[in-house]
Design a protein around this ligand. Structure first.
Ligand SMILES: [Zn+2]
Length: 652
């Protein structure tokens, strides 16, 4: 049994501010069914732009056609709560999505406690931490805190004596024996409308972090070992990353043994895991069953017929503790999230796993400011860019220059996935390589004691024409590796195909959600620039303020009397720039106009020497940033209004 020494809590409270926000520390606790509902209602009230709540029985009328009372939860009709944490203003119909299930079995209560605190953490840290902000701005986190609402309220494994994790359309021989529960139908409807790249389903009763396969049809005989899923490399790599995020035991072993469900847990029929991984690509009606249940007024069999490639999630089953409901004093407290340790409570450990999973939902290159062209004084002009990989394990990145006529405004969208094929090909054909790098992605560093420095890409900028500087990157190409995949197909998951295939486009079964991905992803370094090859190098940069910017530009005019040049070590002096140089800030994201904290945090990442050299200009820069952000948000609202309307009509 895990016991928490009181002095550990006291000690943690004395940790320095850099470990988070001490004023937000609190001891974690379990919440009842009703307390969980009101917790989320309050969270939504406090963070209306980040939190959205729905009840499955209201928005998916097909799961309860006769609108009967299907269960009583703490004295009221049971409702299955669905939560989305995302920046509503930035959502599109291709925002990458991730899913967390709190408790498919109602008496396994660590999951609900974890995902409830996850939602709270994302909201509270949004305005404080740049990395958390990235998770909320450009990924959508879906949570069903009490997936089995009836079971959770009643402290029972099952829903009205039916086991939800035997109720999914996988390997059932009797079609009336699947999709019997409100729990499974609610999950099914959510998955019909969304394209989840990753998910964790939380359980309890043993300790293991597991992935596919988890059913008899994917076992070797007579050894009864799991066969290899086509996405084995992705499953294992991401599994190792979230295993590391969870941390170690006092015996210095990983807290979670990692392996396949069949090997570490046991095979089941009708499990959510196999269904959520394979419903979009394995054969139907076997193993993907077409269900015809009779419970609760029935459920149309069309609801278990799926569009090709629509449901292909990389799913992890976390068995969190030998106790289905671990002792209250084993949950730990909030500050532990920042400091992995064998003495961590359950919530911090599992919350870090969730954060790492959210990160992996979108592979991207993060470009750090400052980066601006600098002249060596001999006519050559080079650009230096600091980058790191986020949401990936391995990255190959090239710094390229492309004529801006091919990429008007240097706008490539989130990662180039939206571009028309012809334009994308032109960009690749006309790009001039300036520099390249490859290696490990840095990823989330919220709780890492030492963070690897960013990679530096540096290269000569072509002169005499207006160009866009872009990063062209590929991620996790090793995920194509297979040994003996069962069945014999290439990786099937959205996460792998979006990284590996030259072009990967897929639509959800219902509603507007889609994935538009390419193997080579593009990230804008800034707005268009034009460099003149003269003896006194002149540089101009186009103001991209009026563009609905991915790259928000910020201008700073260097005057001859600029105080920076008085600094002996100033890169400006070394570069001998002409006085009226305009440079483009490289922040690739629209920002909240009111959020000065973020801006400060953001700049702290940049080279300290540069930060000092522009100290005098900072006030002007921030004011300018706010103006730019306001314009960008207005523009953003306009360009996204159609989508918002579309998504709003059929939210999930
Ligand atoms: Zn369970």
């Amino acid at each position: 049994m895990w016991l928490q020494a009181p002095w550990l809590s006291a000690l943690a409270l004395l940790l320095p501010c850099s470990f988070g926000t001490p004023n937000q520390d609190r001891i974690f606790k379990y919440r009842s069914y009703r307390e969980t509902h009101s917790f989320f209602e309050q969270l939504q009230e406090k963070y209306p732009n980040l939190v959205e709540l729905w009840y499955a029985q209201d928005i998916f009328p097909e799961i309860l056609p006769r609108k009967i009372t299907w269960g009583t939860c703490e004295g009221e009709p049971c409702k299955t709560l669905i939560v989305r944490i995302a920046n509503k203003r930035l959502l599109t119909n291709s925002t990458p999505e991730v899913f967390f299930s709190g408790a498919l079995h109602g008496d396994e209560r660590l999951g609900p406690a974890t995902v409830t605190e996850l939602a709270s953490f994302l909201c509270e840290e949004y305005g404080v931490d740049t990395q958390v902000r990235r998770l909320v701005d450009f990924r959508a986190t879906w949570i069903m805190p009490m997936t089995n609402a009836f079971g959770y309220a009643a402290h029972r494994r099952e829903e009205n004596s039916m086991d939800p994790n035997r109720d999914f359309p996988y390997l059932h021989t009797r079609p009336e024996r699947c999709m019997q529960t409100q729990t499974a139908r609610a999950v099914n409807e959510l998955f019909r409308r969304h394209l989840f790249q990753f998910m964790i389903t939380f359980h309890g009763g043993m300790r293991a972090l597991t992935y596919e396969w988890g059913s008899r049809n994917h076992m070797t005989m007579p050894q009864r070992r799991s066969t290899e899923p086509p996405d084995e490399t992705a499953f294992r790599e991401v599994g190792q990353a979230i295993q590391a995020a969870a941390g170690k035991t006092l015996h210095r072993r990983w807290f979670y043994p990692l392996g396949r469900i069949n090997d570490l847990v046991y095979p089941v029929e009708g499990g959510m895991e196999d269904w959520s991984y394979a419903a979009g690509w394995e054969k139907s009606p076997t193993p993907i069953t077409v269900c015809k249940p009779n419970t609760y007024g029935g459920y149309a069999e069309e609801r278990t017929k799926y569009r090709r490639d629509s449901i292909s999630t990389l799913v992890y089953l976390a068995e969190m503790d030998n106790y289905k409901t671990a002792p209250d004093n084993s949950l730990g407290h909030r500050l532990e999230i920042w400091s992995p340790s064998a003495t961590n409570g359950h919530i911090a450990r599992n919350l870090r796993m969730c954060l790492k999973t959210i990160e992996m939902t979108r592979p991207e290159v993060v470009v750090l400011p400052p980066s601006m062209p600098s002249s060596a004084g001999d006519g050559a002009t080079s650009l230096s860019v600091q980058i790191y990989g986020f949401g990936c394990h391995q990255m190959t990145a090239r710094l390229v220059a492309v004529p801006s006529s091919v990429v008007p405004g240097c706008l490539v969208g989130e990662d180039g996935g939206d571009l028309e094929q012809e334009q994308f090909q032109q960009i690749l054909q006309k790009s001039v390589k300036m520099d390249a790098t490859e290696g490990h992605c840095r990823g989330l560093s919220l709780w890492n004691a030492s963070t690897p420095p960013p990679r530096v890409l540096q290269g000569a900028v072509p002169t005499g024409e207006e160009v866009c500087v872009l990063i062209a990157a590929e991620f996790d190409q090793q995920w194509a590796r297979q040994t003996r995949p069962d069945p014999l197909v290439t990786p099937r998951s959205h996460a792998a195909r979006g990284r590996l295939e030259e072009r990967y486009q897929v639509k959800a079964n219902d509603g507007p959600m889609m994935i538009k991905a390419r193997r080579t992803k593009l990230f804008a370094v800034g707005g268009p620039i034009r460099l003149e090859a003269t003896s006194a190098t002149t540089m101009t940069a186009k103001d991209t303020v009026d563009q609905p910017a991915l790259a928000i530009s910020e201008e700073t005019t260097m005057a001859t009397s600029d105080p920076h040049t008085s600094l002996g070590s100033s890169i400006w002096q070394q570069a001998r720039l002409v006085p009226t140089t305009t440079f483009v800030n490289l922040h690739p994201r629209p920002e909240e106009p009111e959020d000065v904290t973020y801006a400060q945090d953001f700049f702290s990442i940049a080279a300290i020497s540069f930060a000092l050299s522009i100290a005098v200009g900072c006030a002007m820069l921030l004011r300018n940033r706010q103006e730019v952000a306001i314009k960008a948000n207005v523009k953003d609202a306009q360009t996204r209004s159609e989508l918002a309307e579309m998504v709003g009509k059929d939210p999930i």
